[in-house]
Design a protein around this ligand. Structure first.
Ligand SMILES: Nc1nc2c(c(=O)[nH]1)N[C@H]1C(S)=C(S)[C@@H](COP(=O)(O)OP(=O)(O)OC[C@H]3O[C@@H](n4cnc5c(=O)[nH]c(N)nc54)[C@H](O)[C@@H]3O)O[C@H]1N2
Ligand SMILES: Nc1nc2c(c(=O)[nH]1)N[C@H]1C(S)=C(S)[C@@H](COP(=O)(O)OP(=O)(O)OC[C@H]3O[C@@H](n4cnc5c(=O)[nH]c(N)nc54)[C@H](O)[C@@H]3O)O[C@H]1N2
Ligand SMILES: [Mo]
Length: 713
């Protein structure tokens, strides 16, 4: 359900799921061989989700302005009709593919190659953590810069990460705890909030949000000044050290202390601890340092620290994790077909025309700009598949854009702001109702690639279908409608299992073998540390001047290609007298983005966790420091209005020392645009406009707001 593929052992009685537990020794859901497998609340929530009566139960199409229940056959035929007339009227290239957590890889074959739209909004790059993924790639370590080799580490920095919450029950949390227990590793958390990861840490650095770039440079300053870096690695395997050294020299810990609010002696202590433990020292980064206008530089400066201490692909350091080699679609497809997207001009090439914001993105269409592209006719339709773009940023404009698009196809499990406004609603079976194959890179087995998979535990509930069957159903209807036999390429497979078996053929496995017996995973190939030593092309880049696409983007945005400090607000919001508090949104261990908010059991747990279960309210909360609350006459349990320069909404206040003075937070994925449209809570991104990182187009979710008691002024 969230691509992390934790093993689930499912107990079924009379066709109903009655229990779910983890799988012992699972690469993702355990700490490795012989250890207990567990699941997070979202994983356990699959039981409730499978039988949740609030799900979409039948296919629907819009006729005479109304959504009406129809058979699958009619829904497929209607979809094909609309796709063909859309292509005639607007052009295939103006259909946007918004696929997020699809369980089958064929969506890109269907939308991109067969239908012919080159347009995709990419979850990873623009709404999750673009700067983290892309800087890692350009600096030479891939998006591997996210997850260190926890279990072999002596020093772990959770930098804008809360893995004990967001990966509860999984390898990430367990690997971190194992390192502490087995190796006596030091854990440091750099986070404005006092999180559960901070609570378990030896040291918590409560950083002023959006100032991480300065902290990272100051750490480099100490490490270089005190000669604690890996000279052999820096000399032989890196590029751009001189420019980096200069930037670091400009940021002594005393200056960084002013910017970050972290005392200079703490900066020195962590810099020394990290460098002395290296190479068995790792930093984990992901969303916390990415979802801001200066996220690119924050991530570049943080990732540079790994190159400096030479922990690259060494035990306990930044592991260059690898995927198992399952067969790709192209390798298993026996029929030739034409990739129609290659003939289309992507709308991204029209970027020059867009907006007065400094926008020059390296990859794909930026989430925040889609509404503008709809206004300009560069995007006219969308396929939304296991995704809820209305909660991700620029929400009010997105709601309007969805209403205005000529064609909206929704493949979802719940009625949300997209499915309720769609022309076609195709209800998907959820993860326990379909065959699945998963692989991933990092895991509790740092020297093994792995695969995991399972057969459907129960039949698709109500009149729903797995996504493989939905996409192949659309393809068959398109083959009929267009007389183009390319759409028949999926006829080669009798079932999703058949297709999965082909993907597994390179590993000499079948889904049956993978999923029967005591475990549902296999360790398939072994790999070593330090493989870059044999790779003549490997280089760790401190300076990205060699990367053409970045160099151009940086020039247009007025940035250096080397690490540098960019203050908050250079891109994005700054607080003011009118909006004196900084807002950003956070995750709850109980919810997956916008996915399982409708489940009452999880709602109750969430309310309990905030000590507000006695209240008749099951929405998200506004977490505010006692100081800021008192100044506004706000107490826990009060309803408050949160207001930014472009939007406002109502939330229940939760007054807590865990929130930093001057900053407020709330969980996202609630409100009328979500899967709980009639429930309490607010879509936090109605506060948002178009704030983003100018390099990747990543949504910047730090917003200047004020908070008032409801009805106050
Ligand atoms: N329960 C649950 N688990 C999930 C998910 C979910 O939706 N629900 N989503 C999954 C996905 S897709 C992802 S990408 C991962 C993300 O995993 P993480 O990146 O670990 O995400 P969070 O737990 O939100 O932690 C981000 C932290 O960054 C902090 N932060 C905010 N602003 C700043 C800043 O300016 N500087 C610093 N240093 N810190 C800051 C926040 O306070 C927060 O504690 O989680 C995954 N796990
Ligand atoms: N405001 C704000 N927005 C964020 C973030 C944030 O920190 N703040 N974090 C971002 C991050 S890190 C990520 S990765 C993205 C992920 O966000 P999305 O890609 O949007 O993923 P989800 O919210 O998990 O899925 C959304 C939709 O999936 C539907 N759904 C649930 N189960 C199923 C199913 O089995 N099949 C189908 N077809 N649909 C199903 C739900 O009804 C919901 O509409 O969110 C980003 N959005
Ligand atoms: Mo994410």
């Amino acid at each position: 359900m969230c691509s992390h593929n934790c093993g689930q052992e499912v107990t079924v009685v009379d066709g109903s799921v009655v229990n779910i537990t983890g799988v012992d020794g699972h690469p993702r859901g355990s700490a490795g061989p012989g250890t207990e497998g567990t699941l997070c609340p979202k994983g356990l929530g699959q039981q409730d989700k499978t039988h949740d009566p609030k799900r979409i139960k039948e296919p629907h199409i819009r006729k005479n302005g109304e959504l009406q229940k129809v058979s699958w056959e009619e829904a497929f035929e209607f979809t094909a009709d609309r796709l063909v007339s859309f292509a005639d009227e607007y052009g295939e290239e103006t259909l946007l593919d918004a696929t997020s957590w699809a369980e089958t890889p064929i969506f890109s074959t269907v939308w991109r190659e067969l239908y012919g739209t080159p347009e995709r909004i990419s979850r990873g790059i623009h709404v999750c953590a673009g700067p983290t993924f892309v800087t890692g790639g350009m600096m030479g370590v891939g998006s591997n810069n996210r997850v260190p080799d926890y279990q072999n580490s002596d020093y772990i920095i959770a930098w804008g990460r809360n893995q004990l919450n967001s990966f509860a029950g999984q390898f990430e949390a367990k690997g971190t705890l194992e390192a502490i227990e087995n190796r006596g590793a030091t854990l440091v958390t750099i986070d404005p909030q006092h999180t559960i990861t901070a609570e378990k840490s030896d040291k918590w650095l409560p950083i002023e949000p959006r100032t991480d770039g300065a902290l990272a440079l100051a750490m480099a300053n100490v490490i270089i000044e005190e000669d604690l870096y890996d000279q052999e690695f820096v000399e032989n395997y890196t590029h751009g050290f001189d420019a980096y050294k200069e930037a670091a020299a400009d940021m002594p810990p005393e200056d960084a202390a002013e910017i970050t609010g972290i005392p200079a002696e703490d900066i020195r202590e962590v810099a020394r601890g990290f460098a002395e433990a290296a190479p068995r020292a790792g930093i984990s980064v992901w969303t916390g340092t990415a979802q801001m206008g200066n996220g690119w530089k924050a991530t570049q400066n943080i990732t540079a620290l790994n190159g400096l201490v030479g922990n690259i692909d060494r035990p306990g350091g930044l592991r260059l994790w690898e995927y198992a080699s399952t067969a790709s679609f192209g390798e298993v497809c026996e029929m030739d077909y034409t990739n129609r997207a290659q003939f289309k001009e992507p709308a991204i090439t029209k970027y020059e025309e867009y907006s007065d914001y400094p926008v020059r993105h390296i990859t794909d269409i930026a989430h925040n700009l889609v509404p503008e592209m709809v206004d300009n006719g560069h995007i006219n339709g969308i396929v939304v598949h296991h995704d809820d773009p209305l909660k991700d940023g620029n929400a009010e404009e997105w709601v309007r854009a969805i209403e205005e698009m000529a064609l909206v196809i929704s493949i979802d499990a719940y009625w949300n702001g997209v499915s309720r406004n769609a022309d076609v609603v195709l209800p998907e079976a959820t993860s326990l109702e379909k065959d699945t194959l998963g692989t991933g890179n990092w895991s509790a087995y740092p020297n093994h690639k792995w695969v995991t998979g399972g057969k459907a535990a129960v039949d698709p509930q109500w009149n729903t279908k797995p996504d493989f069957d939905i996409l192949t159903g659309i393809a068959s209807a398109m083959a009929e409608k267009t007389d183009n036999d390319d759409w028949r390429i999926f006829e080669q497979w009798d079932s999703h299992e058949d297709f999965i078996d082909d993907q597994l053929s390179t590993l000499d496995l079948t889904l049956e073998e993978l999923s029967s017996g005591e475990k549902n995973y296999e360790l398939v190939e072994e790999y070593d540390y330090e493989k870059w030593k044999d790779n003549d092309n490997f280089v760790f880049r401190f300076d990205l001047d060699q990367v053409g696409s970045f160099a151009q983007a940086a020039e247009e945005a007025g940035m250096s290609t080397a690490p540098e400090w960019i203050p908050p607000g250079t891109y994005g919001d700054s607080t003011s007298d009118e909006y004196p508090l900084e807002f950003y949104d956070v995750r709850s261990v109980f919810f997956s983005h916008g996915s399982n908010q409708p489940q009452e059991r999880l709602q109750d747990h969430f309310a309990k966790r905030n000590d507000l279960n006695e209240e008749d309210y099951r929405g998200n909360y506004l977490h505010i420091n006692p100081e800021d609350a008192e100044a506004r006459g706000i107490e826990t349990g009060d309803m408050v209005t949160v207001e930014s320069k472009t939007g406002s909404g109502e939330l229940m206040a939760h007054v807590t020392e865990n929130a930093r003075p001057g900053f407020v937070t709330a969980e996202y994925g609630f409100g009328e645009t979500s899967a709980t449209p009639d429930g309490e809570g607010m879509n936090t991104m109605t506060l948002h406009d178009k704030q983003m990182d100018p390099i990747t187009g990543q949504v910047d979710r730090h917003i200047a707001v004020d908070v008032k008691p409801e009805g106050g002024d």
